[in-house]
Design a protein around this ligand. Structure first.
Ligand code: 5RP
Length: 214
């Protein structure tokens, strides 16, 4: 899979232009992309402490999302992508910040190895970030939606919040599901990207890279 991550990272690299503002996602696929970066004329915004540390080790300066009003492009990995460009993200726990950057971006690009392709999201756990004191309430609300919440023990987001991984959601109406989750008091956001989907997906298939455009 490492080879495929490098392949998709190289393919999307062609979209990077000098003097632009670039958002950098989180995870091993994005880190394959970061290893190719050498452009000092760009401004970089990171989606997580993990990514900030990788960028700083490479000698790049990273600014906060508060310091820019938009991103020219946002590059991120995913845990699952469907033919409809639906995503589930957040295995690394950075989904709220990642969704913020995706929404700030003029162009949102996902890079993925072949294992991330799914015909539907049915078997993929959907992470939901919740404030600590609302964890049990949110879990009950999620159970009332017919799904199975599972608290991610020993894991906190960069912002210090809890994560509930949810199994068994129905994805028949993904935008409505995302909105419904966001309306539960105590929920910060979820890893379901239904409203803001990627504009481009670079996904490996064997030794080839497919480029999907929405
Ligand atoms: C982190 C994420 C990552 O993008 C996702 O987990 C993919 O990671 P990797 O590229 O290591 O497979 O959503 O919150």
């Amino acid at each position: 899979m490492l080879e495929q991550k490098t392949m998709v990272a190289k393919a999307c690299f062609e979209m990077i232009q000098s003097n632009t503002i670039i958002g950098i996602g989180t995870g091993s696929t994005v880190e394959a992309f970061v290893s190719l970066l050498d452009n000092r004329s760009c401004t970089y915004v990171s989606s997580s402490e993990r990514t900030t540390s990788v960028m700083k080790k490479k000698g790049f300066e990273v600014v906060s999302a508060n310091d820019v009003s938009y991103l020219d492009i946002y590059i991120d990995g995913t845990d699952a992508v469907t033919d409809d460009f639906l995503l589930i993200k957040g295995a690394g726990g950075a989904m709220t910040q990642e969704k913020l950057l995706a929404n700030m971006a003029r162009v949102f690009v996902v890079i993925a190895d072949e294992s991330k392709y799914h015909q539907n999201l049915q078997d993929i756990p959907c992470p939901v970030e919740v404030i600590q004191s609302a964890r049990s309430f949110c879990a009950r609300q999620i159970r009332a939606m017919g799904a199975i919440p599972s608290y991610r023990f020993g894991s906190k987001t960069d912002q210090g919040h809890d994560i509930i991984d949810v199994y068994g959601f129905s994805y028949a109406e993904p935008v409505a599901l995302e909105e419904r989750l966001n309306h539960i008091p105590g929920v910060l956001d979820s890893g379901l990207f239904a409203k803001r989907r990627p504009d481009h997906v670079f996904i490996a298939k064997g030794a080839q890279v497919q480029h999907w455009v929405r």
